[in-house]
Design a protein around this ligand. Structure first.
Ligand code: ZN
Length: 298
């Protein structure tokens, strides 16, 4: 029996209360809006109860998501070329295309964990800042000389037209009000600035095959599950003009790196054969990935 406090909500995108229940998991309804197709948990934990989830246990893999393991993440990956290097290089390439005269880009990572991505982005020349809900992780990041505040997107002052890039990896599904958060991010980006985010993909084959057993359904903490379409809806409504929602999950991109097809610090490989392989595997991945990779320009 679930005794935690619950609240009933309307659709965060279109405010409709017209929905159908698509799955029931761990006592929670996962519903889909009949108007805009957004998938969300309803009723869900109250905001106070959600905030209580992110204690020290969560960040050491003992919470609702056992894959969250902050410990050792930094040391294990600091010298390795990882997907984070590719992401940072991609962001730099896209920003340079949009803003050819600017060289000194200011980047904010919301939910930056131990600061590994910030560390790598700084190496590429970005001027970096981070926000992190976990006191433990934010203290660690500061000990590495990174400017990381122990704050949430709701509590932080993000300023107006302050950043060239805002990064939010596997965070938006946890936020109680994605519309409000995306509006705040939009306001905080400079004109020509870029939002990069990753999250789950409701339309992936694994969800269709496994139904409620899809690993991504964690109804206490994953409050929203987006698709290409519903993510696109949000970004366009908030005002982003150049929106690219792809299905590049981390797993396949990691393999491309491991197989040496994707070259470090390169958005796309230079060599022709690698480029064909790269595009081919990405094309196949488009149909199988359980993740969304989103790039949106203000
Ligand atoms: Zn809706």
């Amino acid at each position: 029996m679930n005794k935690k406090p619950l609240e009933k909500i309307n659709c965060n995108f279109c405010n409709s209360d017209n929905y159908k229940i698509v799955y029931v998991k761990e006592g929670y309804n996962i519903v889909q809006c009949n108007v805009c197709e957004l998938v969300y948990v309803n009723p869900r934990l109250t905001i106070e109860a959600v905030n209580d989830l992110y204690n020290e246990d969560y960040f050491t893999g003992k919470g609702f998501d056992e894959s969250v393991q902050y410990k050792n993440e930094f040391e294990e990956n600091i010298e390795k070329t990882t997907l984070m290097d590719w992401d940072a290089a991609t962001i730099k390439e896209l920003l340079t295309k949009e803003n050819p005269l600017n060289e000194n880009f200011k980047l904010l990572d919301i939910g930056c964990g131990m600061g590994l991505f910030l560390y790598k982005a700084r190496k590429l020349g970005f001027d970096v800042e981070g926000l992190e809900l976990s006191q433990y992780a934010s203290e660690f990041a500061r000990s590495k000389g990174l400017d990381v505040k122990n704050e949430t997107i709701d509590s932080a002052d993000l300023g107006t037209e302050k950043y060239d890039a805002i990064v939010m990896k596997e965070v938006i599904e946890h936020l109680p009000d994605p519309m409000k958060s995306l509006e705040k991010i939009f306001n905080s980006l400079k004109k020509g600035g870029l939002l990069f985010l990753t999250t789950g993909n409701y339309d992936c084959p694994e969800r269709k095959l496994r139904g409620k057993d899809w690993f991504y359904f964690m109804p206490e903490g994953h409050l929203f599950v987006f698709s290409n379409k519903t993510m696109d809806n949000y970004l366009n409504k908030v005002g982003f003009r150049n929106v690219r929602v792809t299905n590049q999950g981390d797993l396949v991109m990691d393999l491309l790196l491991k197989w040496n097809i994707l070259e470090p610090d390169k958005f796309k490989p230079d060599a022709a054969i690698k480029r064909i392989l790269f595009e081919g595997i990405r094309g196949i991945n488009h149909f199988i990935s359980s993740g969304l990779r989103v790039y949106a320009v203000k």
